[in-house]
Design a protein around this ligand. Structure first.
Ligand code: ZN
Ligand code: ZN
Length: 170
């Protein structure tokens, strides 16, 4: 469950404050990823990523730079970083492409608004990490249809429909 409503804008940014952004709605879903790649990239124990349509991330200032970075799938990811302090604010993965951003929840001014909807790749979680009861947890990845709320599935379907070329294109 995500907690934001229209009265509490989800704003965030990098450490030097050159890059600032706002999420204009709740995200689709929030992953807490315990894979070894996320551990290395964060230098910590897991990554907390809010998946949201790119069009719902409003850039308030700055121009994040996209850095090509290897990914577990081999297809690569592009990490958007502040050109000055190099803090990562979101990523694009090959699967969803440019349409969806994985916003790093820790860059939000109030990250408590977006707790995880699911813990993934728990098979490789660091042993001291104790997962909370009540939040779904899976050893690797999961089936979206089993876990996403209907509203998020509909938003994703709309995004894919919009990305498809119009049938009557000349
Ligand atoms: Zn910065
Ligand atoms: Zn991961």
């Amino acid at each position: 469950m995500t907690l934001i409503d229209a009265d509490s804008p989800l704003e965030g940014g990098c450490t030097c404050r050159a890059v600032r952004f706002r999420l204009t709605s709740r995200p689709l879903f929030v992953h807490c990823c315990h894979c070894t790649w996320c551990q290395r990239e964060s230098g910590a124990s897991f990554a907390l990523n809010a998946m949201i349509e790119s069009g719902r991330v409003e850039l308030l200032s700055g121009a994040p730079e996209l850095v090509e970075t290897p990914s577990a799938s081999g297809a690569g990811q592009r990490i958007a970083r502040c050109p000055r302090c190099r803090i990562a604010v979101w990523s694009h993965y090959a699967g969803a492409g440019d349409a969806i951003r994985f916003v790093r929840v820790g860059t939000l001014d109030d990250p408590d608004q977006l707790p995880p909807d699911i813990h993934i790749f728990t098979a490789s979680k660091q042993r001291w990490v104790v997962l909370p009861p009540g939040t779904p947890a899976v050893p690797e990845y999961y089936d979206r249809r089993q876990h996403w709320p209907a509203e998020s599935l509909a938003r994703r379907a709309a995004l894919r429909a919009a990305a498809a070329p119009p049938k009557d294109a000349a």
